[in-house]
Design a protein around this ligand. Structure first.
Ligand SMILES: Cc1cc2nc3c(=O)[nH]c(=O)nc-3n(C[C@H](O)[C@H](O)[C@H](O)COP(=O)(O)OP(=O)(O)OC[C@H]3O[C@@H](n4cnc5c(N)ncnc54)[C@H](O)[C@@H]3O)c2cc1C
Length: 380
């Protein structure tokens, strides 16, 4: 008998367990994989502020490198450069980050069981691959896989390869927009060091393997040392985070950014908030307090995610010609302005600056005026 059983031993599940155990309640984390943190399917891009708020100081093993700039390319090849030093973004080794979170959960008294999968909820508990367990609350942190079965519309497939190549520059993230090659998304390079990094492609309805091969060939010589294929969810949070005594957290609840699918921060924070609300509910023996989790998460991320969703929908409607025009109207002043922002985790104001202001505004107004207006207005 546990107070809480968590399905999913990744960032959201482990941080939820850490908080529950810290508050003195019994909690077991079930991880279906052989190892916490594996198979890793993450670019590892995260801000230092985010990690601080999650209560994780990256260890030497976890920290890979610091990001100095992002280069963003239009379909026509125009590039803009954003200096990202103010945003204090780092690349972490995700496998190690999850292990650090597991260590914190364990040190506070949580139990973790790998190679054990959650199968279904049963009366007073859960059925697992190792038998039935009783629990008061069940936390579902199974990642995007939970949503794949519920709603395929918000899912994009990604390919992300780990690659050795001279053209991967330490400290430089690269993002490539092309609505024909990667409709509604983009291709990316995330360096973990000089000459080594993760290359990704994603887009609606594309064959990610073919697009990845084409992208890599266009860059020059390389060797691939690891290939990962994983779904991402880009439609924002699901409606209800709490269903009876089940609490849905992290990617399983659609809590990654709709613009980039980055979720270490927002999913990790969801874990922290869920863990605390569950502890409150246990302490007062009052399940209605579980709703504090949904309320707090929506207060922190709700508005920003709505705006990101809208920005993504706008991007989805643009053709390459329009994207090229937009890039051409981005002045060095706008680049500098965005470089001076510190909003990696809440970045719609930078997107607004790129989409809506200065020269580009008129083009965009003419094309999709209504949606832009809603985005600008929702800033208030
Ligand atoms: C290609 C790619 C690149 C990304 N890059 C970044 C990035 O650079 N920065 C960033 O912030 N985010 C990034 N993300 C997103 C980030 O990885 C996720 O948002 C984050 O991992 C979500 O954490 P989670 O704990 O909610 O779910 P997950 O990390 O998906 O973990 C779910 C866990 O549940 C386990 N599980 C599933 N089913 C069961 C079951 N039945 N029983 C027991 N266990 C189960 C899985 O094995 C897994 O360990 C990326 C995602 C992808 C796919």
């Amino acid at each position: 008998m546990y107070d809480v059983v968590v399905a999913g031993g990744s960032i959201s599940g482990l941080l939820a367990a850490r908080e529950i155990a810290k508050n003195g309640y019994s909690v077991l984390v079930l991880e279906e994989g052989f190892e916490v943190g594996s198979p890793e399917h993450c670019g590892g891009l995260v801000s230092k502020n985010a990690l601080k708020e999650l209560g994780i100081e990256p260890s030497q093993k976890t920290f890979d490198s610091e990001i100095e700039r992002a280069k963003i390319f239009s379909p026509g090849g125009k590039e803009i450069t954003i200096n990202s030093e103010k945003q204090k973004i780092i690349v972490i080794n995700r496998r190690e980050l999850d292990k650090q979170a597991a260590r914190q959960a364990r040190d506070n008294g949580a139990e973790i069981s790998v190679k054990t999968s959650f199968q279904e909820k049963i009366k007073n508990g859960v059925k697992t691959s190792n038998g039935n367990l009783e629990c008061k609350f069940f936390v579902d942190c199974r990642g995007v896989s939970r949503l794949v079965n519920k709603d395929r519309n918000g899912i994009l497939l990604t390919a992300q390869y780990e690659v050795y190549a001279d053209w991967i520059k330490k400290g430089q993230v690269e993002v490539y927009f092309d609505q024909e090659k990667y409709p509604e998304f983009f291709a990316w390079i995330i360096p973990s060091g000089e000459g080594v990094g993760k290359i990704g492609v994603s887009g609606k309805g594309i064959n990610t393997i073919t697009k990845m091969d084409e992208f890599l060939k266009s860059k020059g010589d390389f060797s691939t040392i690891r290939k990962i294929f994983a779904p991402i969810w880009i439609k924002g949070p699901i409606k209800n985070f709490v269903e009876n005594n089940t609490i849905i957290v992290g990617d399983a609840a659609g809590q990654a950014k709709p613009t980039t699918a980055g979720g270490i921060f927002s999913c990790g924070m969801a874990g922290v908030m869920a863990g605390n609300a569950i502890s409150e509910a246990l302490e007062k023996n009052d399940s209605s307090l579980l709703m504090n989790y949904e309320k707090r998460w929506k207060e922190k991320f709700g508005k920003e995610f709505e705006k990101q969703n809208l920005a993504r929908k706008i991007l989805a409607r643009l053709d390459n010609d329009t994207v090229n025009k937009l890039f051409n109207s981005i002045t060095p002043e706008i680049e500098e302005d965005i470089s001076n922002k510190e909003d990696f985790d809440f970045h719609t104001s930078s997107i607004l600056r790129l989409l809506g202001m200065k020269g580009s505004f008129n083009t965009m107004q003419a094309l999709i005026g209504g949606e832009i207006k809603r985005l600008v207005q929702s800033k208030a």
